[in-house]
Write a protein that binds this ligand. Structure first.
Ligand code: PLP
Length: 360
């Protein structure tokens, strides 16, 4: 017996984990600095950790009130109705829910190249097809309506990432609005704001009042430090918010995840520290790395190093894990996540040593 033909599907390539690399190198994972997955180097905040502890004895029952509370709190924050907040298992879950709600078999989505691989994976899981628009290195990966429209051909969903992973470039909300007005009526523009907490650029959620063809995805995995819990959400226009009930996997966001997310939303100090550290680290990486880098609105910096696989390997040998961007289609670039001040300083030294070794 065999599953259906899965040859068109490709596995997700995550940043390498500290334990995995430590085992391979015979090192203690505690001695590794992992800057390959854009996680929060401070981890979760104390309020979230306390909520996780308090929830432990109550995980014997299905999550219900916590999910309602989280949707209501987020609706309050974004000044929309609770029905417009689709709480999902990670932002990846939100991408799946939008695929489920929008794609008929054979429908096409338009995704950025380079870009986040799950857009195309989710479309293919839902029997959709994939086309790409290019973000060009020669233009510093600039994102404008024309970069998308040059490739646009009536796709059902257009994905934007801002700040963009892995380049850090941003899409101005006015330009997103212009794009949404220039695409055909049946095209949904999905704005992935996984890293929006790290930039001052306003959220595209403000566009939802006047546009029923824009949806925004957000996550608790990055700035809120809850990647291990898998909580994200989409904010969608009121006109079709009710589709959630028809595409939601029952109880997909866990009790622990929802409670931790609720607590994290009240922990302004932790978010502030996180963003402040990332801004410092972003500047430090750009100032000190011996390689060309790009301006970034996220908690990471893209650097052009020549042979990314060799540099990432040499860096890893020295105890710092960075992301080789070959799987993003950028074999000359690495992406370095913002660490703590100590971790970021160490990363700069180690990457510069690795560069010297590889380029020697
Ligand atoms: C990390 C990331 C996500 C989603 O992460 P989840 O952990 O599933 O919430 C979505 N989009 C981009 C571009 C990301 O980098």
């Amino acid at each position: 017996m065999q599953p259906r033909d899965l040859s068109a599907l490709s596995p997700y390539v995550p940043g390498r984990g500290a334990e995995e690399v430590a085992r391979e190198l015979g090192m203690d994972p505690a001695d590794l600095t992992k800057l390959s997955s854009n996680e929060n180097p401070h981890g979760p905040g104390p309020a979230a950790v306390e909520a996780i502890r308090e929830t432990a004895p109550r995980v014997g029952v299905y999550p219900k009130a916590s999910h309602t509370d989280l949707a209501e709190k987020l609706a309050d924050h974004w000044d929309c109705t609770p029905g417009q907040v689709w709480v999902t298992p990670g932002a990846d879950g939100a991408l799946d829910y939008l695929s489920r709600a929008f794609l008929d078999p054979g429908d096409r989505v338009l995704v950025p190249d380079p870009g986040f691989s799950y857009y195309r994976m989710s479309a293919r899981y839902h029997h959709g097809e994939v086309a790409t628009y290019d973000l060009r290195k020669a233009d510093d990966f600039a994102q404008t309506p024309d970069t998308v429209l040059d490739a646009y051909d009536g796709e059902r969903i257009v994905y934007l990432t801002t700040p963009h992973n892995p380049t850090g470039s941003e899409f101005d909300p006015d330009d997103i609005e212009a794009l949404s007005e220039r695409v055909e009526d049946h095209t949904l523009v999905v704005v992935d704001e996984a890293y929006a907490e790290y930039t001052d650029t306003p959220s595209a959620i403000g566009l939802l009042d006047d546009h029923d063809d824009v949806a925004v995805t957000r996550t608790f995995s990055k700035a809120y430090g809850l990647a291990g819990l898998r909580v994200g959400y989409a904010v969608v226009p009121e006109a079709w918010a009710g589709a959630y009930a028809r595409v939601n996997t029952p109880f997909a966001a866990s009790e622990v995840g929802c409670r931790a997310a609720l607590a994290a939303l009240d922990d302004d100090d932790h978010l502030e520290t996180t963003v402040e550290t990332a801004r410092w680290a972003r500047a430090h990486l750009r100032d000190e790395l011996d390689a060309p880098t790009w301006e970034s609105g996220g908690n990471f910096v893209l650097a052009e190093v020549g042979d990314a696989a060799a540099v990432a390997e040499a860096t890893q040998r020295r105890g710092v894990i960075v992301r080789d961007c070959s799987s993003f289609g950028l074999p000359a670039c690495i992406r370095v996540s913002c660490g703590t001040r100590e971790g970021t300083r160490r990363a700069v030294e180690v990457v510069n040593d690795a560069l010297a070794e590889v380029q020697a």
